[in-house]
Design a protein around this ligand. Structure first.
Ligand code: PLP
Length: 394
């Protein structure tokens, strides 16, 4: 009977991140740094307002494009951030950032079209692209260059079938942020080669070390060929509400809304009311949460870089760290499993994120600084005590 499952789905791997979480669930006293989910709960006020709206009748389908008030509020918020003068025609609300990615690829890709993706990358991108008949073409980045994609590497990967360049800055898993001048050069290349850009900016609020988030859509000429993906999951600690959105040129967003209308009808009405409440919340609440992630990130960076054999770039954004541990082990998967078993620290091996990350492990700063400090001590103990012959004590 297995032949009746499509080839793409037969090849769909279970998520390694979820596998590590399942293994951790059977153990006591685990410091879980595996899954990229804020540990904060959604703010009380957001929950209360969503509940109040549900009690008042926000329990029906909304327009496929999104709750009217949420669309207005999002337009205002996007224009305040990027000054591109978008309107409701340029926007659709989706089931998380993931829903936006799938609907976007469904809208723009034909069978065999290629999507260039800087490697390492968020593992779900591959199914998002392949499930609609596209091909993911990795564009290698280098540890030594902070895992920032170069325009030259992008140019070298372009073929006659290339349709889209997918960018993710700030990046999961590397913490890299593409600097402005690199964005300029990428924007020039993309226009010269007539490509679309899908810019996944779900970590746009999480940028530090004096850097600031810039969207490639703001570069001259780029608004007409860029779809920006965003989400309430990370910035507002709202992963479970499943609200994301995409904005970009109406020639893509209008057909994309038709895709959404047939696939999901609309996003959950009560969750959209929660998203509206989040947008109306005092921005200081979100800023405080973002500052906490930035400070944890710095703290973990300082801790990990003291561990013998760990090499890492200082993260510029998102809440991930992605050290190269090739001086400690040639098998980061085994390392992650043993670390979990012996020291009760959950991390994710690099291979699901692509070839360029195969020597790395990913940390998500989703526990308090105290727990991060404890995790560093446990990892150090683990590295110093293990017997694998490749350990370098420098
Ligand atoms: N894009 C990136 C880079 C992510 O890391 C994630 C979640 O981890 C998403 C998109 C999707 O997030 P959500 O569907 O919860 O909005």
């Amino acid at each position: 009977m297995n032949q009746q499952v499509s080839r793409v789905v037969q090849n769909l791997r279970a998520s390694v991140i979820r596998d590590i979480s399942l293994r951790a669930a059977d153990l006591d006293n685990v410091i879980m740094l595996g899954i990229g989910e804020p540990d904060f709960h959604t703010h009380d006020r957001v929950c209360q307002e969503a509940l109040r709206d549900a009690m008042a009748g926000a329990t029906h389908y909304t327009p496929s494009q999104g709750d009217t008030e949420l669309l207005h509020a999002l337009v205002a918020s996007i224009n305040a951030q990027h000054h591109l003068g978008i309107t409701e025609k340029n926007l659709v609300v989706t089931l998380g950032g993931m829903g936006a990615l799938v609907a976007c690829f469904r809208t723009v890709l034909d069978e065999g079209d290629e999507v260039l993706v800087p490697d390492p990358y968020f593992p779900s991108y591959r199914p998002h692209i392949e499930l609609v008949g596209g091909r993911l073409v990795p564009v290698p980045t280098r540890f030594e260059e902070g895992f920032v994609v170069s325009p030259e590497a992008i140019a070298a990967a372009i073929t006659p079938r290339t349709k889209v360049l997918l960018l993710n800055s700030p990046n999961n898993p590397t913490g890299a942020v593409i600097p402005g001048p690199t964005l300029d050069a990428i924007a020039d290349l993309v226009q010269e080669r007539d490509l679309l850009v899908v810019s996944d900016e779900v970590y746009d609020r999480l940028v530090f070390n004096g850097r600031r988030h810039e969207s490639i859509s703001t570069r001259p000429g780029m608004a007409a060929r860029t779809v920006v993906i965003n989400s309430f999951s990370k910035s507002y600690a709202m992963t479970g509400w499943r609200i994301g959105y995409a904005w970009g040129p109406a020639w893509i967003l209008e057909p994309m809304t038709r895709v959404v209308s047939h696939c999901t009808s609309c996003s959950p009405s009560v969750s959209q009311r929660a998203a509206l409440a989040a947008l109306r919340m005092d921005p200081a609440v979100v800023d405080a949460m973002m500052r906490e992630f930035a400070s944890r990130s710095r703290f973990l960076y300082e801790g990990l870089r003291r561990i013998p054999g760990f090499r890492l770039n200082q993260p510029q954004g998102s809440f991930y760290l992605f050290p190269d541990i090739s001086q400690v082990t040639d098998d980061p998967y085994r390392f992650a499993l043993d670390l979990l078993q012996e020291q009760r620290v959950g991390v994710v091996p690099g291979f699901p994120f692509g070839l360029a990350g195969k020597h790395c492990i990913r940390f998500a700063c989703t526990v308090s600084q105290d727990r991060l400090g404890e995790a560093v001590e446990r990892i150090e103990r683990f590295v110093l005590n293990r017997t694998e012959p490749t350990v370098v004590m420098s």
